[in-house]
Design a protein around this ligand. Structure first.
Ligand SMILES: NC(=O)c1ccc[n+]([C@@H]2O[C@H](COP(=O)([O-])OP(=O)(O)OC[C@H]3O[C@@H](n4cnc5c(N)ncnc54)[C@H](OP(=O)(O)O)[C@@H]3O)[C@@H](O)[C@H]2O)c1
Length: 174
């Protein structure tokens, strides 16, 4: 049986920002939540403990499984997810299954997983946010990735502070 695909999912500002004080640096990107749900349907969501805590209250996993990496206890607040002690431990276990694995942050998880990922779905937020950010996407060698034609969606709206487009990338042959 072939190993399940590993996909990195992130929304990243022009200057690499992803988070601020446990939340996103921007208010909201219209259509982003629906697109995220469509993309990850039926898969496994792998995330760090702080990302888990940043999920909206009452977050509905639907047909997705939640897996949280956390090295320090107690983790009593994590109620609806599997908890792992290391990223590599979580990946090893999940790669034995048959569900696509979506790694949804934060920084340490992306850093480790980028070496194993086959694709990335990145929402590029077309504004700088470094002044109001404390969490960053890892520095990446973009030349190792190729943009998939036709995967671009432009998003904008009245109730947002940003314009963004979502692009799917596949890793070039190793
Ligand atoms: N823009 C986006 O796409 C996006 C996506 C996700 C998150 N975010 C934002 O990013 C911020 C959260 O990300 P973050 O990077 O600060 O935190 P995070 O990666 O979500 O969580 C960090 C925690 O995960 C556990 N962990 C991380 N690496 C580990 C390892 N190697 N082994 C074991 N456990 C490990 C530890 O939990 P313990 O402390 O419990 O041991 C650590 O404190 C929030 O602001 C959130 O809103 C943005």
């Amino acid at each position: 049986m072939s190993q399940p695909k590993v996909t990195v999912v992130a929304a990243v500002s022009l200057d690499g920002a992803v988070g601020y004080r446990g939340k996103l640096p921007w208010r909201r990107i219209p259509g982003e939540q629906a697109a995220f749900k469509r993309l990850t349907s039926g898969g496994v969501l792998l995330m760090g403990r702080k990302t888990y805590e940043s999920l909206p209250r009452g977050f509905d996993p639907g047909d997705r499984q939640l897996h949280v990496v956390s090295s320090l206890g107690p983790n009593d607040a994590i109620s609806n997810a599997f908890v792992h002690v290391t990223i590599s431990c979580a990946l090893r276990m999940l790669r034995g299954g048959d569900r696509e694995i979506f790694v949804i942050g934060g920084t340490a998880l992306w850093e480790v997983v980028l070496g194993h990922a086959d694709r990335m779905v990145i929402t590029h937020v077309l504004a700088p946010f470094s002044r109001t950010a404390d969490t960053w996407f890892p520095v990446l060698d973009w030349s190792k990735w190729v943009q998939i034609a036709g995967a671009k969606v432009v998003t904008w709206g009245l109730h947002t502070d940003v314009i963004a487009h979502r692009i799917e990338y596949r890793r070039k042959h190793r």
